[in-house]
Each structure stands twice: as structure tokens, then as C-alpha cells.
Design a protein around this ligand. Structure first.
Ligand code: HEC
Length: 204
């Protein structure tokens, strides 16, 4: 079983007490770093700048690009995927959804990432850590955090909240891997911080 050794600063916690999610259904689950815990504003915002960029999606609305979806993962997980061709236990994927902003720039009519809306989170769990929990299923933990309250997971049931839309990605472990060139295109440099992350702590 492939397993990722996570950066020590990043745990998978329930957002309120300690480092481990409890087994009760519906408890908030959140990738969190120590700095966030110290400042008491737990939230997935710090993936920006601290985690590796996986890929981005531009979603069209009636009048051009309406949203940008930007996907991040923690240091070490891209490297692990490249080695094994699958997501290692403990891999966390965070999809940040932002409204598109738009304007005329020197490059033309341009859309860019504007106001933050929400974050979708998937946490790879090959060990069935929370059997019977409605947001841990199909080898992943599934969560949704809204921008107005980024410390609270609002997903309660994987089947109702997520699966209808992720079914088309069944063959690729429920992940839309075609949008993440870093997983497949191994001609460039390996992610810089992978070695460092691999020497750090391990998710339990
Ligand atoms: C309306 C359909 C829809 C729903 C509902 C939905 N997803 Fe997704 N999700 C997608 C699509 C399509 C993508 C990739 C393309 C995009 O973002 O436009 C994606 C991408 C993701 C990603 C980035 C990794 C990947 O799979 O490519 C995460 C993380 C994610 N979703 C988590 C969730 C979670 C957790 C839920 C439930 C709480 C959920 N999604 C509900 C359609 C959906």
C-alpha cells in the first residue's frame, strides 16, 4: 500500500479538538497547519502558498468564465503519485472555488480568480479509519467548507453531496486527474519540497 509521509505541520483534525478526527458522523474535518491553530482561525486558506499547485479549471457561465477552481495538494503527494500511479494514503486534495473577476488588460479581455467562495476537500484513506461515517467513503474523506465559515465542514453525506458528480471519475479513483498535468507529465523537475516533506511526520 502506497503511503505518504506528511509534512509535520499538516494534520487532519476535527477543527476543534486535537489532531485526529473523531469517529462520529458529521464532525468537521479539516487539513490544518500549526499556524492556523495558533491564531484560532482554522481554515483551508493557507493551502495557497504553502501547498503544491495541482491544476485549475475555468467554468463557463452565460457571459464568459464564471468561476475558477484551483486545486492544491500537500508537499510530497505529487511525488508519491508519480512513483506509484495512485494517490497515497493521507493525500489531501483541496479545490478552491473563486468567482471570476474580469476586465480589459494589456493582454485583452481577461478573467482571473476573484472573490473566494468555498473549498472542497478530499482526504485519501486506505485504512478505513472511520467505518460507517457518512463522509468517509470510497477510500476518501469528503468535506466542504464555505468562505463565510471556513472552519466548519458542511458536507454530511458523500452519496448525496458529492458522488453524483464524481461518478464519471470512478476509473481514476474519483479524481478528475486529466486536469492535473503535474501527476502525469514527469519531464519537468520533481516537486521541490517532496524530499523535505518525506522526512517529516506521518499521518496516523
Ligand atoms: C456539481 C458537481 C459536483 C459536486 C456536487 C461535487 N463535485 Fe467535486 N468536482 C466536480 C468536478 C467536475 C471536478 C473537476 C472539474 C471542476 O472543478 O470543474 C471536481 C473536483 C473536485 C476536487 C479536486 C480533485 C478532483 O477530484 O479533481 C475535489 C477535492 C472535490 N471535487 C471534492 C468534492 C467534494 C468533497 C464534494 C462533496 C462535498 C464534491 N466535490 C462535490 C464536480 C462536483
Amino acid at each position: 500500500m502506497a503511503r505518504i509521509r506528511l509534512d509535520r505541520r499538516i494534520g487532519v483534525v476535527d477543527g476543534r479538538r486535537g489532531h485526529r478526527p473523531r469517529r462520529r458522523a458529521g464532525r468537521p474535518i479539516l487539513p490544518l497547519c500549526r499556524r492556523q491553530r495558533r491564531h484560532h482561525h482554522a481554515g483551508p486558506r493557507t493551502v495557497r502558498g504553502e501547498w503544491d499547485f495541482l491544476g485549475a479549471w475555468a467554468v463557463q457561465g452565460e457571459d464568459g468564465v464564471a468561476e475558477f477552481h484551483t486545486v492544491y495538494t500537500q508537499p510530497g503527494s505529487i511525488d508519491a503519485y508519480r512513483e506509484t500511479g495512485e494517490f497515497a494514503d493521507g493525500t489531501v486534495l483541496v479545490k478552491e472555488v473563486r468567482k471570476a473577476a474580469r476586465g480589459a488588460l494589456t493582454t485583452g479581455d481577461v478573467a482571473w480568480s476573484g472573490e473566494e467562495v468555498l473549498w472542497f476537500v478530499m482526504i485519501k484513506d486506505q485504512r478505513d479509519r472511520f467505518p460507517g461515517n457518512s463522509i468517509w467513503a470510497k477510500d476518501w474523506g469528503w468535506a466542504l467548507f464555505l468562505a463565510e465559515d471556513p472552519a466548519t465542514n458542511t458536507a454530511t453525506d458523500v452519496e448525496a453531496d458529492c458522488m453524483a458528480c464524481h461518478e464519471p471519475a470512478r476509473q481514476t479513483d474519483w479524481v478528475y486527474t486529466q486536469g492535473y498535468p503535474a501527476l502525469h507529465d514527469t519531464t519537468g523537475p520533481r516537486p521541490k519540497r517532496a524530499a523535505e516533506a518525506n522526512q517529516a511526520g506521518r499521518m496516523r
